[in-house]
Write a protein that binds this ligand. Structure first.
Ligand code: FMN
Length: 278
């Protein structure tokens, strides 16, 4: 079993869409899930759950849902390609010009680079949506506000404090939803790294989320199953094509270094980094 070091793992993991037909067994997946469960989550809630489709079931779902999931993304892909100065199609030094040519170009790119080949397994990372939790959260936020308002010296100040803080409730609800999603996102990325450490290739895919109502119905899953990520996992094909460079390279991270607090923020912007990042 290949164990690779962390820095190499971070640098060399790539989204792979071309797989061999070699099967991935359940025991290996279970090992990967256990490794990934060391991902951090808010309050250590570990709210992630996984549906691991077998090889045949994965093939079936990919055949039925992949293109449907991508279709709504094609306009976005077109925009990314236009902004990235897409290379003109081969044997033609004139890039796509008309809307029709662009549509054909984007479909061609999808077929060549992004359409899944081979027989990976499909993992669905989900959480169980629980409306009661949201009601509880709003109730608890109110309780906290009331307590804080009650601590004010007079009734008027208390009321003012309460109504001013009320504006914060949507923020609290949003942050709660965000942090819960974060936990699942961390787990998802950890699955890709754990898989890599075991010689497996992966690709996080959001296209299945676009059609998740149909997918849920097809798999007989209830509406409480909130699919947050899907991951292809399998052995990379010997003849796998790398994705176009613009989908693999990294730009410098835009950082604002804050030197002094509080009041005036003396942020030192590194102009070169910002230019490169924009
Ligand atoms: C949240 C998320 C959603 C993604 N959705 C898709 C997808 O629907 N289809 C796909 O082929 N790749 C998808 N990817 C893979 C990205 O395109 C890929 O990670 C990115 O281009 C960087 O390439 P790299 O992972 O090889 O470094 C997704 C990645 C993330 C993190």
């Amino acid at each position: 079993m290949d164990e690779i070091d962390l820095e190499r793992g971070l640098r060399e993991r790539r989204a792979i869409r071309h797989y061999s037909d070699a099967p991935v067994d359940d025991a290996l997946l279970a090992e990967i899930f256990e490794l990934a469960s060391w991902a951090p989550s808010p309050g250590n809630t570990q709210a992630w759950k996984v549906i691991a489709l077998g090889q045949e079931a994965s093939k079936d779902v990919i055949a039925r849902f992949e293109l449907a999931g991508w279709e709504s993304v094609f306009p976005v892909l077109e925009q990314v390609l236009r902004n990235g100065g897409a290379a003109p199609p081969s044997n033609d030094d004139r890039g796509p010009a008309t809307a029709d040519e662009w549509r054909r170009y984007v479909t061609g790119m999808y077929r060549r680079f992004f359409e899944v080949r081979g027989a990976p397994r499909l993992l669905l990372v989900y959480r169980t949506a629980d409306r009661r939790r949201y009601v509880d959260l709003v109730r608890l936020s109110f309780t906290a506000l009331l307590r804080r308002a009650a601590g004010e010296p007079g009734l008027l100040q208390g009321l003012r404090c309460f109504f001013t803080s009320l504006r914060n409730v949507p923020v609290l609800v949003r942050v709660n939803a965000l942090t819960r999603t974060f936990g699942l996102a961390n787990f998802t990325y950890a699955v890709t790294l754990a898989a890599q450490s075991r010689g497996l290739a992966t690709c996080i895919q959001s296209n299945y989320l676009n059609v998740q109502r149909d997918l849920r119905r097809y798999l007989g899953l209830g509406a409480e199953i909130d699919i947050v990520a899907s991951i292809l996992i399998g052995y990379e094909a010997d003849d796998a094509l790398p994705a176009p460079e613009m989908f693999r390279t990294r730009k410098p991270v835009a950082v604002e270094w804050i030197e002094t607090t509080p009041g005036t923020v003396a942020a030192r912007r590194d102009a070169r980094v910002f230019e490169a990042a924009e």
